[in-house]
Design a protein around this ligand. Sequence first.
Ligand code: SAH
Length: 185
Amino acid sequence: MLRATELAHLLLRQTLKPGDWAIDATVGNGHDTLFLAGEVGASGRVFGFDVQEQALASAEKRLDGLTQITLHHAGHERMSDLLPDDAKGRIAAVMFNLGYLPGEDHGVTTRSETTIAALDQALGFLAVKGIVTLVLYTGHPGGAEEAADVLAYARKLPVQFAASHFQRLNAASPAPELLAIERLR
Ligand code: SAH
């Protein structure tokens, strides 16, 4: 099915190779972290960020024993402070899955200001041909504004980056959307 989350995996599966470095900007339950770790393998590295203790605890169970993963209990907007210096220009993929963690505190959602700050930093870490994917949700309070703000930011990016947006046109209720940004040169 052409779901935004699955499309993100499809895009990154053809980009990532063993030994690559990647970032999961919203670890949540760790599904994307696990996916990234599988694609980059034991010789790669995956850095994860989440602000919720419960999210990281649940992710850690899923990711147990995978030594290529480093999880940070910190907001993704602190990425520049927390990633090693040699990550600059070396990151092949960054995944954002915005909104709130299903089943957990719906009050803890990603927010425009910090999401855009993190996206801006993420683009600075990308390797040439690297891709940032963002799954955007418009159905929860604040979600439509956040999605609109992120899309507005992406529209203004210099042509060194290619930003593309996938959105279902005939959904009965708001469907997740995908924004993908590739560093061309
Ligand atoms: N809505 C998605 C799941 C999103 S999970 C779905 O349905 O699958 C979003 C995650 O982002 C949550 O675990 C939340 O704790 C986390 N988060 C919120 N603000 C953050 C921030 N500033 N930095 C990193 N993670 C953040």
